[in-house]
Design a binder for this molecule. Sequence first.
Ligand code: S3P
Length: 175
Amino acid sequence: MKNIILIGFMGTGKTSVGRLLASRLGRSFIDLDKKIEQEEGRTIPEIFQQDGEMYFRQKERSVVVKASRLTGAVIATGGGAVLDHDNVIRLKNSGILIGLTADPMTILQRTERRNNRPLLNCEDRLSQIEKLLSQRKPFYEVADYTLDTVASSPQQVAEQIIHLLRQGGWLRGRS
Ligand code: S3P
């Protein structure tokens, strides 16, 4: 059974949608950022601050390798995971890639309450979001299916994903 893998920019809902999707389908849920934090025993902001982004990206590659060996899991990736070509190949080989999107203002609203994303820690967060989004747009296009999350709750997005997967013949039975 293939994995269901959520990709997309920060604040598009990968973690909350992934958790709901997994519970709805009776599958296990793995959040790659959480895995990194567990393995390192520190938070992502601490990893960035103490060892830098390159170190974080190495850890990210190693959790992608491990997650790609799973079957039938729902996997939420970090927003930068698909910037790495090897990660994309591994993820593609292990499952169906679902891309989640949102516009810059929505991403700003969803991310401004918490300060847990080092790449958005700057004076003008909206410009930073716009800049990164336009740089990364081509990378997110590797998704097999793409869904916009602006007008939907995480629950609704999870249901939309189930619908798409059913139509594509990826799900069997009553799920
Ligand atoms: C990052 C996204 C974050 C986290 C790290 C880097 C990125 O994950 O992996 O802060 O490069 O977009 P979320 O997309 O879950 O916020």
